[in-house]
Design a protein. Structure first.
Length: 201
């Protein structure tokens, strides 16, 4: 999941640039991002669906569930010890409006530059197998709960954002940020299930 090499580590700004569709694109497929980033580890792969779920695109019915299912598949592969992530072709062909995604990324870029000042390789103990498994389990849990949480307005944002934070920590080799994401996911589970129980009752 994490590799001690400079070419694997990324900045948040770099990840956003990779998520941004080319100017001539009308439709952006998940496979477009995958082809560019598949050799950069699991962090960027988890970042893309969780980022989409956190944007206005995530308000489209069905998108949180699709993003959650994708996160679940990727995180399970971390637990299984796969070296390179894999997804079914149908997931790779999922599309979103390129202009909308491009505009969202442009708005977020200035904030990414500021955040990158605080993202540094640290807390390498988070790369140990026990902590890798903890992060992967949290991502699995977040992916699973994003599906029923779609029934509660805005509740799916919590696990999606937690995965995005963990993914940033993984991609930038910042173990402290990854741990923050783990804490957010645990808080989200408690809050979300309480809200879900209230909605059902």
């Amino acid at each position: 999941m994490w590799v001690r090499t400079a070419d694997k580590s990324m900045t948040l700004y770099e990840m956003l640039v990779k998520m941004q569709p080319r100017n001539k694109q009308d439709v952006f497929e998940f496979g477009d991002f995958w082809d560019v980033m598949e050799k950069r580890g699991f962090g960027p792969m988890l970042a893309f669906p969780s980022f989409i779920a956190c944007t206005p695109i995530g308000a489209i019915p069905g998108v949180p569930s699709l993003a959650g299912g994708t996160i679940l598949l990727i995180a399970l592969q971390i637990l299984l010890g796969r070296r390179h992530p894999w997804l079914p072709q149908k997931v790779m062909e999922l599309q979103c409006d390129a202009d909308q995604l491009r505009a969202i990324v442009e708005r977020v870029k200035p904030f990414a530059v500021r955040i990158d000042r605080f993202l540094v390789p640290r807390w390498f103990f988070m790369r140990q197998p026990v902590f890798r498994s903890l992060i992967a389990l949290c991502c699995v849990g977040c992916g699973m709960v994003m599906i029923p949480f779609e029934l509660i307005p805005f509740m799916g944002l919590i696990p999606a954002f937690a995965v995005f934070i963990m993914a940033i920590g993984m991609a930038t080799d910042d173990g402290a940020v990854a741990l923050i994401g783990v804490s957010m996911s645990l808080f989200g589970f408690v809050l979300g299930f309480e809200s879900l129980a209230s909605a059902v009752s």
